[in-house]
Design a protein around this ligand. Structure first.
Ligand code: ATP
Ligand code: MG
Length: 341
């Protein structure tokens, strides 16, 4: 779409530059074409378009120079070419800086995911170990049923079905972990946020049990899909749950984690993670989301900063607030998925 617009504009400029006798450098407007194409095509393509624009400017100069003073036309031609070349250079510079920024953000998010996975390793090993133990137990049972005289086929079949179930569960767990640890460029798609929360909670089930945290979810009905990267969104939820669990590690009594989703006008989805932990340190509200801000001896202080980067890159907003009672609540809002034409 943008490319077609750029071509139409270029054609219009060429005609205006060739047939009109304006004493101004009409060809300077080719800069607009460059600024449009730099958003949609690769570096080489942008350079090709820039040289094409320079070529058209020179062509116009030769086609129209009889019409008005030669020197004005020549000066205009030089000004236009300079403007096209300088803006191409600046636009490409700007774009490579942005690309580098995105790449380093992706790297950082990946590093955070891998360290987080490290923290979860014990729990994950436990989670994988359960179905594997189930496979062994079911296989032994199946063998016993088959060795019986006469063989108990129905029972043996049931034990084998148990093996298949456990096998599937193991590979599901492993796939979820692999997806999270993978280093993939962000990819936007329509996501069901409730489903994402269920997936992350499944991954953390053992961790929650060990930390003696009970979880209560309140999924709003008719939550529209959001537009986002599945792994990054899981990372945000994972970081918020981990923080909540860590905040409750030292409190006696109720360790209760509440998660909720809600559709809010206009076309937004709100996610809430609320704990009964130590609460936010006085005066920390402004600093929570800063990189390297941590009050934990083994913390990196990257979790919330990465959450904010991800949420804002998705056009959303994230914030924290102290609870009326004990603990803290973290919330983020994301715009819903809008199907592009
Ligand atoms: N649920 C919470 N309750 C109370 N304080 C919190 C909560 N979540 C975060 N904080 C505070 O914000 C700080 C920053 O959190 P953040 O997740 O960015 O880093 P971290 O948890 O310290 O380290 P990591 O990089 O491993 O996540 C924490 O050290 C803690 O002081
Ligand atoms: Mg954290």
């Amino acid at each position: 779409m943008l490319l077609v617009a750029a071509m139409v504009i270029a054609a219009a400029i060429f005609i205006a530059d060739t047939v009109t006798q304006l004493e101004i450098a009409v060809a300077v407007l080719y800069v607009a074409v460059i600024l449009i194409v730099v958003r949609v095509i690769e570096r080489k393509g942008v350079l090709a378009v820039a040289f094409a624009c320079v070529g058209l400017t020179i062509l116009s100069y030769f086609l129209s120079r009889e019409d008005f003073s030669r020197s004005t036309g020549f000066v205009n031609c030089i000004i236009s070419i300079a403007a096209i070349l300088v803006s191409t250079y600046l636009a490409l510079q700007n774009r490579s800086a942005l690309t580098a920024l995105h790449e380093s953000q992706t790297e950082l998010a990946h590093a955070n995911r891998v360290t987080t996975m490290g923290e979860l390793t014990a729990a994950i090993v436990h989670e994988v170990n359960q179905p594997v133990a189930g496979v062994v137990a079911n296989a032994e049972a199946a063998m016993r049923w088959l060795e019986a005289q006469p063989p108990e086929m129905a029972e043996a079949k049931q034990a084998l079905e148990g093996i298949v179930e456990d096998g599937k569960r193991t590979s599901e767990i492993v796939n979820r972990i692999r997806a999270l640890a993978r280093k993939a460029p962000p990819r936007r798609e329509a996501l069901d946020i409730n489903e994402l929360i269920v997936e992350v909670v499944a991954l953390m089930q053992t961790q929650l049990q060990r930390a003696d945290v009970s979880l209560h979810t309140e999924f709003g009905s008719e939550i529209p899909p959001i537009h986002g990267d599945r792994i990054q969104m899981q990372q945000v939820i994972l970081n918020l749950i981990l923080n909540a669990v860590e905040a409750m590690a030292t409190v006696d009594g109720h360790r209760h984690l509440r998660m909720g989703t809600k559709a809010i006008a206009p076309g937004n989805v709100r996610v809430e993670v609320s704990d009964l932990g130590v609460g936010l340190a006085a005066g920390s509200l402004d600093r929570l989301f800063e990189a390297f801000y941590t009050t934990k001896s083994s913390g990196m202080g990257m979790g919330l900063s990465i959450c904010r980067t991800i949420v804002e890159a998705h056009g959303g907003r994230i914030w924290a607030s102290p609870n009326d009672g004990p603990g803290a609540t973290f919330q983020f809002v994301l715009p819903q998925y809008v199907k592009s034409s």
